[in-house]
Design a protein around this ligand. Structure first.
Ligand SMILES: C[C@@]1(CC(=O)O)C2=NC(=C\c3[nH]c(c(CCC(=O)O)c3CC(=O)O)Cc3[nH]c(c(CC(=O)O)c3CCC(=O)O)/C=C3\N/C(=C\2)[C@@H](CCC(=O)O)[C@]3(C)CC(=O)O)/[C@H]1CCC(=O)O
Ligand SMILES: NC(=O)c1ccc[n+]([C@@H]2O[C@H](COP(=O)([O-])OP(=O)(O)OC[C@H]3O[C@@H](n4cnc5c(N)ncnc54)[C@H](O)[C@@H]3O)[C@@H](O)[C@H]2O)c1
Length: 212
């Protein structure tokens, strides 16, 4: 299956998770970095979901699923352990609402990749459903390859690129200056938080001097 990968902005959109088990917890955790308005529909929830509710991360409706639970939802997760309930969720999902079924049956508008976040750097993995266990393994490989130092690095690159865009008018110089930010020594300095060296490098780029 050739899925089309996108990065969705779900801030302030209503997201409904039907089911309150371990898979619901996984989907909830994946949504936490966003500002989605999350509602969980389920007669039971796990302790971990309960602790997220206490922190105000989602709203829980303690009940069995009914079609009206999906009103105004942009994204719908059918993640109960009952195929018939997931079928009922699918039936109730309007054509304009995007549906994900954890049992990978019936209508599948999207599947969920594994995600590694390092600030603005988002690494995702999917096997298109072929083997989710491999997806998880590759996620762990990526997480160790791209450690936490990438959070600072991407933040530095973002600011430096903005600075160049604002202060360099000439198109070619701007392109070259932005490309120069990908220097491997600069990457090392940023990941080691050697900000003085990083800033000096950017200033040299901005003044039109070859940095090294
Ligand atoms: C990435 C991740 C994100 C997330 O869950 O949000 C995710 N599955 C994860 C882990 C995982 N899932 C399962 C195992 C046990 C090993 C195994 O069975 O293989 C493990 C491994 C583990 O937990 O270690 C069981 C499983 N998963 C699906 C089925 C149904 C089926 O295949 O028929 C069954 C059998 C259920 C049963 O036996 O009844 C289906 C889907 N799981 C997907 C996503 C979508 C495709 C992902 C892809 O492209 O590869 C898809 C299609 C739909 C969806 O849920 O979006 C998350 C990574 C965790 C992380 O980030 O660490
Ligand atoms: N995508 C994945 O990563 C993945 C991984 C494992 C399992 N699965 C699939 O997801 C399903 C759920 O797995 P789980 O481990 O979360 O199961 P679980 O048993 O931990 O949780 C199921 C949840 O569904 C709720 N539920 C049952 N009937 C309901 C109803 N009528 N309305 C609302 N909620 C209802 C239960 O109260 C419970 O909270 C599995 O059956 C399997 O098909 C997917």
């Amino acid at each position: 299956m050739n899925y089309f990968p996108v990065m969705l902005d779900v801030d302030y959109k209503k997201v409904v998770i039907v089911g309150g088990g371990h898979v619901a917890r996984q989907k909830l955790q994946a949504l936490l970095p966003t500002k989605a308005q999350i509602t969980i529909i389920s007669p039971t929830i796990t302790d971990e979901i309960a602790s997220y509710l206490e922190q105000g991360k989602a709203v829980w409706k303690k009940k069995y699923f009914e079609p009206s639970d999906l009103d105004d939802a942009s994204l719908v997760f059918a993640v109960t352990d009952q195929e018939s309930v997931n079928d009922a969720v699918e039936q109730a999902t309007q054509h304009w609402q995007l549906l994900s079924r954890a049992d990978a049956k019936g209508r599948v508008d999207f599947i969920n990749p594994a995600v590694v976040r390092r600030g603005d750097l988002t690494l995702t993995v999917s096997t298109s459903g072929a083997h989710p266990g491999l997806t998880r393994k590759l996620k762990e490989d990526l997480a160790s390859q791209f450690d936490d130092t990438f959070t600072d690095y991407i933040e530095f690159l973002k600011k430096a690129r903005r600075e160049i865009i604002q202060s360099v008018q000439d198109k070619n110089r701007k392109r070259d200056a932005i490309a120069a930010l990908l220097d491997s020594e600069l990457e090392m300095w940023a990941r080691e938080k050697k900000w003085d060296q990083c800033d000096a490098y950017v200033q040299k780029i901005l003044s039109g001097v070859q940095p090294i």
